[in-house]
Design a protein around this ligand. Structure first.
Ligand SMILES: O=C(O)CNC(=O)[C@H](CS)NC(=O)CCC(=O)C(=O)O
Length: 287
């Protein structure tokens, strides 16, 4: 059974420092025997303002972060799924693409997914975040593809709240769905685990959610609670989280963390055989 790893850390607006945290996680994953590593959303940087989000965004080939990660993946022959920012394809510099990419064991970027749902919220006593100011929503689902740990479908963070794309990925053959994330603390504390387990149970698939944790800057903190959920809905691996009443640690005090789980093809087969989910598209619309 292949072993997979999910990493957790606290990104800031310093790409080279974020790279060092991720390189540490790659080495920990490889030395722990993982065949692939999953890293959080926006691992390249978390900015302090919308202007800075645009300013820090460069093509992957020019990104200190992405290139450094590709080199380390190649050196360790360890495939990596990671969330990054990329410029839009229209060449305008007014918005970015929030991406999840797959770097293979040769260090090549071979798959890409652009986040479909942008996070525009205004929560009482909590954050007001308008992702659409800086981020162009994607318009396609990337079909699941073969990896050393199983057939992988990619979504990102807030996409987790929408069951439709995960069901579509399952229908297209996914065995694993990954949600690189940077959930806010108030929403994460109440929603993150439930949503991840629901997606795993209803798709009867593994769910990998590598998440950011801690205080990125004065305006932004993340909940953490990186986890791997099996197709029965059980949390089989997890990292730390910001509990109710906790003060999030500043980035400099957050130790990168990692968790591991085996991907059991026989469990996928058994859950799907024992509990067949025959849909009633004669009664409700097919999604
Ligand atoms: O800002 C960046 O650079 C990267 N993007 C993110 O961190 C995004 C948009 S702000 N965060 C989420 O989607 C959190 C979702 C969430 O917390 C929820 O659904 O409750």
């Amino acid at each position: 059974m292949p072993l997979a790893a999910c990493g957790q850390f606290c990104a800031t607006n310093i790409l080279s420092a974020n790279l060092i945290s991720c390189q540490t996680l790659l080495r920990k994953a490889a030395s722990g025997g993982a065949k692939a590593l999953f890293l959080p959303e926006a691992s390249d940087y978390i900015s302090t303002s919308p202007e800075e989000t645009l300013k820090l965004c460069v093509p992957a080939v020019e990104s200190v972060f992405v290139r450094g990660l590709q080199e380390e993946a190649k050196r360790l022959a360890l495939p990596v799924n990671v969330g990054i920012h990329e410029p839009t394809l229209d060449g305008k510099k007014d918005r970015v693409r929030n991406m999840s990419i797959w770097i293979d064991e040769r260090g090549e970027i071979v798959e890409r997914y652009q986040k479909l749902h942008v996070f525009d919220v205004d929560i009482e006593g909590g954050p007001k975040i308008v992702e659409s100011r800086t981020t162009e929503p994607g318009s396609v689902i990337t079909p699941p593809f073969d990896t050393v740990v199983g057939k992988l479908g990619m979504l990102i963070c807030f996409d987790l709240r929408f069951p439709e794309p995960s069901l579509q990925l399952r229908r297209l053959g996914a065995d694993i769905i990954s949600y690189p994330s940077a959930f806010t603390i108030p929403t994460g504390q109440v929603h993150f685990e439930i949503l991840l387990r629901a997606r795993a149970i209803e798709t009867q698939s593994y769910v990998f959610a590598a998440a950011q944790i801690g205080k990125h800057n004065e305006r932004r903190s993340s909940y953490g609670h990186t986890m791997i959920v099996d197709p029965w809905g059980k949390v089989v691996a997890e990292c730390s989280r910001v509990k109710v009443g906790d003060v999030p640690k500043p980035a400099g005090d957050v130790e990168p963390e990692i968790c591991f789980a085996e991907v059991d093809a026989s469990l996928l087969e058994r859950v799907r055989r024992e509990v067949p989910l025959k849909r009633r598209f004669d009664v409700y619309p097919e999604v």
